[in-house]
Design a protein. Structure first.
Ligand SMILES: [Zn+2]
Length: 441
């Protein structure tokens, strides 16, 4: 997170700024909440989730104005007043840019969160009676100035006092709301029959034009089963989504690059289930967790959304592990294990297992190829493996045996941070290639 240092403006400057902008626009007194894109290329989608089609892409560093937030997705305004959604874990929330704040008091001990959802990261807590500066309120959530940034508290946890106060302003931030100049590559659809262009979404809406079969349209927005579209001649209206093709829809149901992907990492064993043993009686469960965390950090650094089936030394049964991948609509599930041979020091090397050749093989190949490039152990290749966590998995899934724990040479690598980091960067490399190739659905 990068936040500019907030500096308190002299009161006179705040008044001057207020007089200056009030003539131009009144919206500046409401919060102008902006975010900065930190993925290399960020998909802008028609709705808040990976299941929605991509309407365009924006570059790293682009600033976007947030309209609202929902389930870890930000609704943003783009050029031409287009509205789209971006994954909130791929953007940095910028400083608040309001000039006045209402004062409120916390009714009880209250969590202060990064975004307006109950699963958002807790930035801190405030005690009952603590005064807060309110920037913006939307329904159940209130945006407050907190620790030099803008954060959210539950509206029910605060009482507004009715007083206002000048809010500290970052010096670099202009108080005028600049028009967004973000441009996005538009999504096109083609009519599959002679189609009515209507004034609004719905079969009862007046028809504004008849479109011939094969007409290409630019999608401006989507509401339930209707696309708001623009014709080549610039006429806008609505068409039923079932009357047009949606090229690329299949590929856009899932992440199209690593930075937008949700990856479930599954450290094998845990708690009472210690897994296999090294010749020195060290537990497999210890190193599966260490390696998964190294991989997870490397993926998060690329902007991926990482979910662990366990992040501590706890017992997790087999069945709930793939269920987490289903629930999260994960783009990939990677289980980490270490092999063990019947007798110590008789087998060595790493193997990448897949179960379903249609669903998992491309992922297994991509990861195994990345592993083969630099790891100091023998590559035993990718193979079919009948393991429950990949067999009962609805998402692309692999199980990686990253060395033999009861082989002393392998174990020296398994426990080394160097090896764990190499594996982590290989997973990044492998997944990047996997998504780039577009070979998963
Ligand atoms: Zn294992």
């Amino acid at each position: 997170m990068q936040f500019k240092q907030l500096k308190r403006w002299p009161l006179i400057a705040v008044f001057a700024a207020l007089i200056g902008v009030s003539a131009a626009t009144t919206t500046v007194l409401a919060a102008s909440n902006t975010i900065t894109v930190r993925a290399n290329l960020l998909n802008v989608r028609l709705g808040p989730g990976l299941a929605y089609s991509v309407m365009g892409q924006v570059q790293n560093g682009t600033k976007l104005t947030v309209i609202k937030q929902q389930n870890s997705w930000d609704q943003v305004r783009l050029a031409g007043n287009k509205i789209g959604w971006v994954a909130s874990w791929l953007v940095d929330q910028n400083e608040a840019t309001t000039t006045t704040a209402k004062l409120a008091t916390a009714k009880r001990t209250t969590n202060v969160r990064q975004y307006a959802t109950t699963d958002a990261k807790i930035l801190g807590t405030v005690n009952a009676g603590r005064q807060l500066k309110v920037i913006y309120q939307e329904g159940h959530w209130t945006q407050v100035a907190y620790d030099n940034t803008a954060a959210w508290v539950a509206t029910s946890n605060i009482t507004l006092s009715g007083n206002t106060v000048a809010l500290a302003q970052p010096k670099q931030v202009s108080t005028t709301v600049k028009p967004q100049t973000t441009t996005v590559a538009a999504v096109k659809v083609t009519t599959t029959a002679s189609v009515n262009l209507r004034q609004a979404g719905g079969l009862n809406a007046p028809i504004v034009a008849k479109l011939a079969k094969g007409t290409t349209l630019t999608v401006l927005d989507q509401s339930s089963d209707w696309y708001k579209v623009q014709t080549a001649a610039g006429k806008t209206g609505y068409v039923a989504s079932w009357t047009v093709t949606t090229p690329g829809t299949k590929a856009t149901k899932a992440a199209t690059n690593l930075s937008e992907a949700t990856i479930v990492l599954d450290p094998g064993h845990g708690g009472a289930d210690s897994g296999a043993l090294s010749t020195t009686n060290k537990y497999e469960k210890t190193y599966t967790l260490e390696m998964a965390k190294a991989i997870g950090s490397a993926l998060q650094a690329q902007g991926a959304n990482v979910i662990y089936t366990r992040s501590t030394d706890t017992f997790v049964d087999l069945a709930p592990r793939p269920a987490m991948a289903t629930k999260a609509h994960a783009d990939a599930f990677i289980s980490i294990h270490f092999d063990s041979s019947a007798n110590a020091n008789e087998a060595s090397g790493f193997t990448t297992y897949y179960y379903n050749s249609k669903k998992d093989l491309a992922l297994a190949k991509a990861l195994n190829q990345a592993f083969s490039s630099n790891l100091p152990l023998t590559n035993r290749g990718y193979q079919y493996g009948n393991f429950e966590v990949i067999r009962n998995n609805s998402q692309p899934a692999v199980l990686c045996e990253m060395g033999y724990i009861n082989d002393d040479k392998d174990f020296a690598q398994i426990k080394s941070q160097n090896y764990q980091q190499q594996v982590a960067s290989d997973v990044v490399q492998g997944l990047t290639a996997y998504f780039k190739a577009g070979n998963h659905q």
